[in-house]
Design a protein around this ligand. Structure first.
Ligand code: FAD
Length: 318
């Protein structure tokens, strides 16, 4: 598998990650953004953003994010779609693991936002890593010719279910609300021959034994009783409001509220690792705050990597 080296690797391509990448690239640092999905972060799902300074009040969050990403790429950022499932922050070179390859950098920036959730379905935590997964691109190939369930109706659930149709014999798609009729991706998924849709249905329990998941129990709104389904994998895609830190293990300190601890320079308790944006569980979760964090981290990283005593400004004197 590919190993890519850079000065800075950023996990997450929201406003925090893209701003950090813009400043780092302009400081001539080789910078990579790893983003699991540009459509599912907090800014990406914001219908209209009327309070980001300097842009049209009619602009959608997704359009603003596209502008931010394009600007970073224009200055040299290497933007890649990849879901990070682990990091190793020991030593001078930080390592980031994704299904697409391994990334090594002298500075690691955590910018994965706060759209996560604690495992809340019965059995979800018990079988995490033993049949329960949050990443079809990481784990889909394990389920070749087997039956799996996908839970959720957001864009990520739809894209990940599409990935699973390439491997699984049947993908049971469980949605508590119906997907939108004008959502071409959802309708495309429903048209796949190996997708069975369980409309207006809730996941009640994930069952299994010492080898892993063996089945699930479902409750349809139109039926009185629960019913059982035999599956070996359950892929859960529900959004919440918890900082996404599951890929970190216990390698950086977290606050009691789950946010990453940082100092004034956005540096975490682990040298060479910064955290920016909603992953800090800031009291004021706003795009402009996330962008500001990204700027601070990039300037601090420039000083760290180049052993500068002072922060170098990024403006043109004329
Ligand atoms: C519904 C809603 C409306 C909002 N409205 C406004 C508003 O009007 N004005 C305003 O200023 N703010 C608004 N906010 C808040 C604002 O969107 C957030 O504060 C901001 O987007 C945080 O930026 P971020 O970069 O930290 O995280 P995010 O924007 O959430 O981006 C995080 C990125 O990390 C990626 N990621 C996550 N996990 C991984 C992983 N394991 N590997 C790789 N990539 C990963 C995600 O795919 C995503 O692209 C709103 C938020 C929501 C939810």
């Amino acid at each position: 598998m590919e190993t890519i080296e850079s000065d800075v690797v950023i996990v997450g391509g929201g406003p925090a990650g893209c701003t950090c990448a813009l400043y780092a690239s302009r400081a001539d640092l080789k910078t990579v953004i790893l983003d699991k999905n540009p459509s599912v972060g907090a800014l990406a799902i914001t219908h209209q953003i009327a309070n980001y300074p300097g842009v049209s009040t009619e602009m959608s969050g997704e359009a603003l994010l596209t502008l931010m990403r394009d600007q970073a790429v224009q200055y040299g950022t290497d933007y890649r779609r990849a879901q990070v499932f682990g990091v190793d922050v020991s030593g001078d070179w930080k390592t980031v693991f994704t299904p697409e390859g391994t990334f090594k950098a002298r500075a690691l920036v955590l910018a994965s936002g706060a759209m996560g959730r604690p495992a809340s379905f019965k059995g979800e935590a018990d079988f995490l890593g033993r049949g329960v997964s949050y990443c079809a691109t990481c784990d889909g190939a394990f389920y070749k010719g087997r039956e799996v369930a996908v839970v959720g109706v957001n864009k990520e659930a739809i894209e990940e279910a599409q990935v699973l149709t390439k491997f699984a014999s049947t993908v049971h798609w469980i949605t508590s609300n119906d997907p939108k009729k004008d959502d071409a991706h959802a309708q495309g998924l429903l048209a796949s021959p190996n997708v069975q849709h369980w409309s207006q249905t809730r996941l009640m329990l994930i069952e299994g034994n010492e080898s892993g998941v063996t089945g699930i129990r479902l409750k349809s709104r139109s039926k009185d009783n629960e019913e059982g389904l035999t599956v070996e994998g359950v892929f859960v895609y529900m959004s919440g409001s918890k900082p996404i830190t599951d890929f970190l293990g216990e390698q950086v300190a977290l606050k009691e509220d789950g946010g990453v601890v940082v100092d004034d320079f956005m540096a975490t308790t682990s040298e060479g690792v910064w955290a920016i944006g909603d992953i800090r569980n800031t009291p004021f979760k706003q795009a402009v705050v996330a962008a500001s964090d990204g700027c601070i981290a990039a300037m601090s990283i420039d000083r760290f990597l180049n052993s500068r005593k002072v922060i170098r400004v990024d403006w043109v004197h004329s």
